[in-house]
Ligand binder design. Structure first.
Ligand code: GLU
Length: 549
């Protein structure tokens, strides 16, 4: 028999009854079939790309069904909380345009932060205690460890159940004595007596019917009484929050599948309507000889900041992730794939591989479809956060930046694919800008070394080119002046001639034009040289050529 007065004495006298919360959070008025979905990030670390993956699915399923998508901060593990995590969640969801209808800043089913919901949890803990569906447990860490080791020695499953659950059927006087001593306790759920040996099943929205052993463990539902605020465990908070927030479809990682039997018992004990689950297969990484879950600890690409920091365009990443979730979306053009709703039933049960090379290809293809102005805007927005030095350069030289981006992009059938992410802009296009370009330092500059042209030849050739340079519009004519000058300075007209008689020449036209390329761009590989020279303008080209001699 439960001593109601003793139970009530553990809680504030003015703690509301369940009916109060039921009324406060009424059933939602939504169209038939509308899905209310949610994501529950924990601020114990930075968000995993899997969080964006699941959030994207949640958002789509809610939107597509005329429902609601909410973000609930699951901060019941306060000891492990990481500073700045919430801001990082906001930034990540913002970057990937996954906006919530309800979150800690808006919505009428809140608070949306678990640590602010203590009263609500306590109401339902008291409710279960009054009915004998939960009980106080004073077992110490040492006692629990002892139980586990005895279970291991007797080769029975470990856990707090049956005869091992020492406080499950404790004498009320023993409980009263512990309380009088001020001993800390947790509250445990009393699993139904007949659970042991039973099986239970549920229909997962992705995986279909799944069968499991029923839960027999008396799980902790409220953490230790010596902590403030009194916080629930994940399992209990899931039941209470998803019920009161009127969530009707829980989309979460498949590591929670094994907890469903407990969750079913909790929903039943609380007399909540059962909820539908969809367990998502995790994003995986290829490793030698197999694959494993993408790990926040081991893989930089598991963190959302990896993508934002490097400046992968959100649309490209989303396109890629959508293709992983529903393979058929990978077959569609990007714009269509971004607007075609994800279908839960088409999500796989095996975790898809995250392949950065593939993502980079997708991203390069996507960026190649953008205009110079769109690229410039995106690079600038990225640089504000991640490359502050680049911002004034872009602002001061906007026209030059657009001319640079137009090289082999504007008016061509196959635009350059030299940008996979915004941080590629500086290495690929930085040389266009006087502030960022380091001219060669005479013929001994090490960037010229691979060409193997003697220093006096470089000096004489460069001086002649500077003295006679013509900034010609026609690419052929422009290049011909270099060719003619190269001949004059004893460069062979082609590599073949040079090979035939290397002693007769100082190099071939290839080396001569590479001297010009390195002088103008700082590298042996660059966009089309004539177009580059045109974008830079005659003065700047001459300034750079002069640096050769
Ligand atoms: N806070 C839980 C987690 O981060 C959420 C799981 C859920 O979606 O129910 O894993």
């Amino acid at each position: 028999m439960v001593d109601r007065a003793a139970v009530d004495g553990l809680f504030p006298a003015d703690l509301p009854e369940p009916g109060h919360w039921e009324e406060r959070y009424p059933a939602r008025e939504l169209p038939e079939g509308a899905k209310v979905t949610r994501i529950g990030p924990s601020p114990t670390g930075f968000i995993h790309i899997g969080g964006i993956y699941v959030g994207m699915i949640d958002r789509d399923v809610a939107t597509d069904s005329g429902g609601v998508y909410l973000v609930r901060i699951e901060d019941t593990d306060q000891a492990r909380e990481v500073e700045g995590a919430l801001e990082q969640f906001d930034r990540a969801f913002d970057y990937f345009h996954i906006s919530a209808d309800e979150d800690r800043n808006r919505g009428s089913y809140g608070p949306y932060v678990q640590s602010e919901r203590e009263q609500i949890y306590l109401t339902y803990v008291r409710h279960l205690l009054r009915q004998g569906k939960a009980y106080l447990c004073f077992a110490t860490k040492d006692e629990l460890a002892d139980i586990t080791s005895r279970q291991q020695a007797s080769k029975v499953p470990t856990g707090y159940y049956g005869k091992w659950a020492i406080w499950r059927d404790a004498d009320p006087s023993a409980v009263a004595a512990k309380l009088a001593e001020g001993a800390p306790y947790v509250v445990r759920f009393r699993t139904p007596d007949d659970a042991d040996g039973q099986r239970t099943s549920f229909v997962d929205a992705i995986r279909g019917r799944l069968e499991h052993e029923a839960n027999r463990n008396d799980a902790v539902i409220l953490k230790s009484s010596d902590q403030s605020p009194r916080l629930p465990t994940y399992h209990f908070a899931h039941a209470v929050d998803d019920h009161l927030m009127r969530v009707n479809l829980v989309i979460r990682g498949d590591e929670w599948i094994s907890s469903v039997p407990l969750h079913q018992q909790l929903f039943a004990a609380l007399e909540f309507e059962p909820i539908t689950y969809a367990h998502i297969a995790p994003l995986m990484k290829q490793i030698p000889g197999g694959k494993r879950k993408l790990s926040k600890r081991k893989d930089p690409e598991a963190g959302v900041d990896f993508y934002i920091g490097a400046g992968y365009p959100a649309d490209a990443v989303l396109y890629y992730l959508r293709g992983l979730a529903n393979g058929r979306l990978a077959e569609l053009p990007l714009a269509e794939a971004l607007t075609t709703p994800l279908d839960l039933s088409l999500c796989g049960v095996a975790g898809p591989l995250v392949d950065l090379v593939k993502l980079e290809d997708i991203s390069a293809d996507h960026i190649a479809t953008l205009s110079g102005q769109q690229i410039l805007d995106a690079v600038r927005a990225w640089a504000v956060e991640y490359d502050a030095e680049l911002v004034p350069v872009l602002d001061n030289e906007k026209d030059l930046a657009l001319r640079a981006l137009a090289v082999e992009r504007d008016g061509v059938e196959n635009p350059r694919k030299d940008l996979r992410k915004w941080s590629d802009f500086r290495p690929a296009y930085g040389f266009f800008f006087t502030e960022l370009f380091v001219p060669v330092d005479g013929p001994a500059d090490e960037r010229l070394a691979p060409l193997g042209v003697a220093a006096d030849v470089v000096t004489a050739f460069a001086a002649d080119l500077v003295a006679n340079y013509e900034h010609l519009d026609d690419p052929q004519e422009w290049f011909d002046q270099i060719r003619t000058l190269a001949g004059k300075h004893r460069f062979a007209p082609n590599a073949k001639e040079y090979k035939k008689d290397p002693d007769a020449y100082v190099g071939s036209i290839r080396e001569a034009s590479q001297l010009v390329r390195v002088a103008i761009t700082g590298a042996t590989r660059s966009p089309d040289l004539h177009a580059t020279a045109q974008a830079l303008g005659a003065d700047e080209v001459l300034r750079r050529l002069r640096a050769l001699s």
